[in-house]
Design a protein around this ligand. Structure first.
Ligand SMILES: Nc1nc(=O)c2c([nH]1)NC[C@@H]1CN(c3ccc(C(=O)N[C@@H](CCC(=O)O)C(=O)O)cc3)C=[N+]21
Length: 313
């Protein structure tokens, strides 16, 4: 435990004053900051283009894809929407990716995960042109990230770096516990956090479903990043006073609401909020930042394709 974090809440007036980190507001700032870059591209005759590919009947996937399209319109990125029948042959998806790779008006290709069982997810990720891989999931881009020379940072970990920065949470020298080891969040997050770079320089522990004593790990942490997909796994009891909590989970649990469900994170919010000096809510925390950084990567990609220097927020 880093001393400053516990001192901050040691019985003084700050107790109970938890900073609720507003992901919608920070995402709005990122989008506003992107408009300058998009204007510069527009002067060079370039409109950034993002292709989204949906091959799923899952309502959550459909919601996310339509939110991404709305974001694009708001900032002036052209959104090209492709939908494939979930029963279509995998070849159709591979060929669509090939076509998007060859299309100069497309600067980013996002194939919404998860894909149907008969589609080889790895093959899809290998097939996307690494220069258009705005998710940052292509093996070449994963390798570059691990080697400390990222091209596209994966959107969720990158968004978390921006959120922490916006809340004045410095990661340097801190003990960070990442709960979850997925390729899209846990592993790239851990990699960014250990890097000798801004938003890094942390001491990182990656925990997962086989971790023997999760609470013992999380209690030692200055910052806990929960990305395991288990509703409310991390509770206040497992945290030390003054901790910074980032909740990546977006779990739909059955509830007596209009939609028939409610969203809960991987953190039990009420008990964690009592311990935390800062915490991200669900919804309205990490999710909007994931979408904002997708726009960011798309604008970066368009700048590189057009050889225009763009200032990114
Ligand atoms: N190739 C690919 N890239 C992805 O980035 C990707 C993906 N596949 N598959 C699914 C996950 C999930 N994901 C979310 C992004 C934003 C919100 C988001 O904005 N959530 C809002 C609202 C959620 C709601 O109202 O349902 C919030 O947390 O406030 C959620 C989920 C991107 N993913």
């Amino acid at each position: 435990m880093h001393e400053s974090a516990s001192l901050k809440c040691a019985g003084d007036a700050e107790v109970g004053m938890t900073d609720i980190i507003d992901g919608n507001a920070v995402a709005e700032d990122v989008r506003a900051g992107l408009t300058d870059a998009i204007d510069a591209l527009s002067e060079a005759g370039v409109t950034p283009g993002l292709a989204t590919v949906l091959m799923s009947d899952d309502p959550a996937s459909q919601t996310y894809v339509s939110m991404k399209q709305r974001d694009c319109e708001e900032v002036g990125i052209e959104a090209l929407d492709y939908e494939l029948d979930p029963d279509a042959p995998a070849e159709e998806l591979y060929e669509l990716v090939d076509d998007l790779n060859a299309d100069d008006s497309v600067h980013g290709v996002l194939v919404q995960m998860p894909l149907p069982d008969h589609v080889d997810e790895r093959e899809v990720l290998r097939r996307i042109d690494p220069a258009k891989d705005v998710d940052g999931f292509h093996p070449e881009n994963v390798g570059r990230l691990v080697a400390g020379n990222p091209r596209f940072k994966p959107c969720t970990p990158h968004g978390i770096q921006k959120l922490l920065q916006s809340a004045d949470v410095d990661t340097e020298g801190k003990d960070v516990v990442v709960v979850g080891r997925s390729n899209i969040v846990g592993k790239p997050m851990a990699n960014l956090l250990v890097q000798k770079a801004e938003g890094g320089n942390a001491t990182v522990t990656v925990c997962h479903s086989r971790t023997e004593d999760l609470a013992a790990k999380t209690k030692q942490a200055d910052i806990v990043i929960a990305a395991c997909g288990v509703p409310e796994l991390v509770t206040g009891e497992m945290l030390s006073a003054g901790v910074v909590v980032v909740d990546v989970g977006i779990n739909r649990v059955d509830a007596d609401t209009e939609k028939g469900y409610e969203l809960v994170g991987d953190v039990e919010y009420d008990s964690a909020e009592e311990k935390a000096s800062a915490i991200t809510p669900v919804p309205g925390g990490v999710g909007p930042m994931t979408r904002a950084m997708l726009l960011w990567n798309t604008v970066k990609s368009a700048g590189e394709a057009a050889d225009v220097d763009v200032d990114l927020p």
